[in-house]
Design a protein around this ligand. Structure first.
Ligand code: AGP
Length: 611
């Protein structure tokens, strides 16, 4: 999704803006641009379709410098990824704007503005904002701050904005509603960005703007106004992230790095949350005990990989904790007038905490008035954590690769902690909790061991380079694991992949099976093993090529058309975490063979902050 960086300083801000854009590349984008006010207070702008590197090339050919500036990476929504649609957008060579989000009433604004004779140079919704600020407000006598405040009152939808003007050259104005925005606090300088990662080389002190805030930044001062226009104080928070937390280091891709970071990420997610073989309830927030006491059922809402984590957790909630649990895709939940019973715990799961559908679904759920909310999230200061009663942070560290890996396994780890604390009130005995905690504490070491399969999976992946389709099969919790495996393969290798519960094969998908169709099965050694084996026989009988990731004790043997990879033998409850790892490695290596852009697959963005 789009990214914003801005700066106001005594020094030249162009290098800061460019470095910030590079650090936001992981979010996914298709054009980039920046605008600065130069020493004569003229607006200078450069924009390019394609990568930030293209913008850098253009800037080395014709450099621009200034002490106030804004920059943007654009992920096309309204209008193609062309130079004229790239941000910043400028009105009358005077005001420049960068914008994340979607303005829903842009058609109306555009009609009104056309009627007044304003001309448009792009197809974007953003251009209506810059016209509104300059033509409708500054031209009528308002200063830059007042013009932005007046403009945002008329915007419907989501926005994070950075605005500069040659008439007010010592100011940078920013505003947010529905899209994230942080202010970086320097010494005699301020910065803005849609993500702290962009600013880590210049500051570690951040202010997280709240919904409806507008901020007025000069080099020496910062004023924040809330949605009513009242001046407010917002706390400065110190980020624990270091600038190199987002460096690639020895790895070829972020996804690869993040797969190998999983043992540490899982251990960090458990750290300090278990004492004397019991999960500490307060890890979820100070109101946790009071809220958990009332909970009778759980509703999980999420998108993509986070949704798959929710599906696995639903098996755990019902089988281990005896708590009714339903899981829904956020984009469906938000529009279907769902019925939520009193004493439901609405659990949202999101790596980024900024996914528009998940946020909107949470608002819907809260509007029903009956529910308590808990967010399982990887970003402490995200919109989702701010909107939730209780929070359990996954401690995966920044996830840069668009394909979520450590985000997923740390979500599963966190969700199992939740199952245990809620389950305590619904029949999980202290003895059973101790047993499960013991298994959880072994997960990091087991993941470390499974990562040793890397080379054998790399070799296996060579058989997938020319495939166009793949089928993933699993039963029980391994069905959502298979769904996650299929999602990983399709998003980064562009191979069409589907997942089915193995028992569903003969109800349709078996018709697809022939010698060209690779079938990947996940087979832990559990009570469904014999059933799965019969399903796999159905595949073999139709000439399908099987690739089985099996518990070493499950009794599978490699033979003609059957390749078996032994996975560390493991307790069934934590098996979904362990079996996800080889599937991540498989999709990673297949993508490398296919030569795709592993970390930034086509058409996708890291955080889907628009609907
Ligand atoms: C994961 O590989 C995907 N890129 C995507 O499905 C992602 O999980 C989804 O967009 C939800 O993101 P979130 O966890 O940040 O809410």
């Amino acid at each position: 999704m789009c990214g914003i960086v801005g700066a106001i300083a005594e020094r030249d801000v162009t290098p800061i803006l460019l470095e910030g854009l590079r650090r936001l590349e992981y979010r996914g984008y298709d054009s980039a641009g920046l605008a600065v006010l130069d020493s004569k207070h003229h607006l200078q702008r450069a924009r390019k379709p394609g990568k930030v590197a293209m913008l850098e090339q253009a800037l080395s050919a014709s450099p621009i410098h200034g002490t106030v500036g804004i920059a943007h990476t654009r992920w096309a929504t309204h209008g193609e990824p062309t130079e004229s649609n790239a941000h910043p957008h400028i009105c009358n060579q005077t005001v420049a704007v960068v914008h994340n989000g979607i303005i829903e009433n842009h058609d109306t604004l555009r009609e009104q503005q056309r009627a007044k004779g304003y001309t448009f140079t792009s197809d974007t919704d953003t251009e209506t904002i810059v016209h509104e600020i300059y033509e409708n407000h500054i031209n009528k006598g308002l200063d830059l701050l007042a013009a932005v405040q007046a403009t945002v009152k008329g915007l419907h939808g989501a926005y994070a904005l950075g605005v500069i003007s040659k008439q007010d050259p010592q100011r940078l104005i920013t505003a947010r509603m529905g899209s994230p925005l942080v202010i970086g606090v320097g010494i005699g300088e301020y910065f803005i960005a849609s993500d702290v990662a962009a600013l880590l080389p210049v500051t570690r002190r951040f202010i997280f703007l709240e919904e409806g805030d507008v901020a007025d930044l000069t080099r020496q001062s910062l004023r924040i106004f809330d949605r009513t226009g009242k001046q407010v104080e917002r706390e400065i928070k110190e980020s624990e992230l270091s600038a190199d937390a987002v460096e690639l280091g020895q790895y070829r891709h972020y996804m690869q790095k993040e797969i190998f970071e999983q043992p540490r990420a899982i251990a960090d997610t458990l750290e300090g949350r278990i004492v004397n073989d019991q999960v500490i309830e307060q890890s979820f927030g100070h109101q946790a005990s009071e809220i958990f006491e009332q909970i009778k059922e759980v509703r999980i809402i999420a998108c993509g990989t986070s949704y798959h984590a929710g599906l696995i957790a639903s098996y755990w909630f019902e089988s281990l904790a005896d708590i009714p649990c339903r899981v829904e895709v956020a984009s469906e939940f938000r529009y279907r007038q769902p019925h939520l019973r009193k004493n439901t715990l609405v659990v949202t799961i999101s790596q980024s905490g900024e996914t528009a559908d998940t946020l909107a679904a949470l608002k819907e759920a809260k509007a029903s008035g009956n529910v308590h909310s808990l967010a399982v999230c990887n970003v402490a200061e995200s919109s989702l954590t701010r909107e939730s009663d209780l929070i359990l942070l996954t401690r995966a560290g920044p996830e840069i690769g668009v394909a979520s890996t450590k985000g997923f396994t740390t979500q599963l780890t966190a969700l199992l902690l939740l199952v245990l604390v809620l389950g305590r009130r619904h029949g999980i005995s202290a003895k059973r909790e101790k047993e499960l905690v013991h298994h959880l504490e072994q997960v990091a070491a087991k993941v470390e061991k499974v990562l040793e399969m890397d080379e054998s999976i790399r070799l296996l992946s060579e058989q997938f380079g020319d495939k166009e389709h793949a089928l993933f099969l699993g039963r029980g919790t391994m069905y959502p694991v298979a769904m996650e495996g299929a999602l990983k393969l399709k998003e980064i290798s562009y191979i069409h992949a589907e997942a089915y519960p193995a028992g569903e094969l003969k109800h349709g998908p078996l018709a697809l099976v022939d010698s060209e169709m690779p079938i990947i099965a996940v087979a832990p050694n559990n009570e469904l093993l014999e059933k799965l084996k019969s399903n796999l026989q159905e595949v073999r009988a139709r000439g399908g090529k099987l690739f089985v990731f099996a518990d070493g004790e499950a009794g599978f043997k490699s033979e003609v058309d059957v390749t078996v990879l032994d996975v560390e033998s493991i307790n069934d409850v934590i098996a979904p975490i362990i079996f996800s790892i080889p599937l991540q490695l498989l999709s990673y290596h297949v993508a490398v063979i296919k030569g795709t852009d592993v970390d930034k697959p086509r058409n996708l963005a890291k955080a889907v902050t628009v609907e």
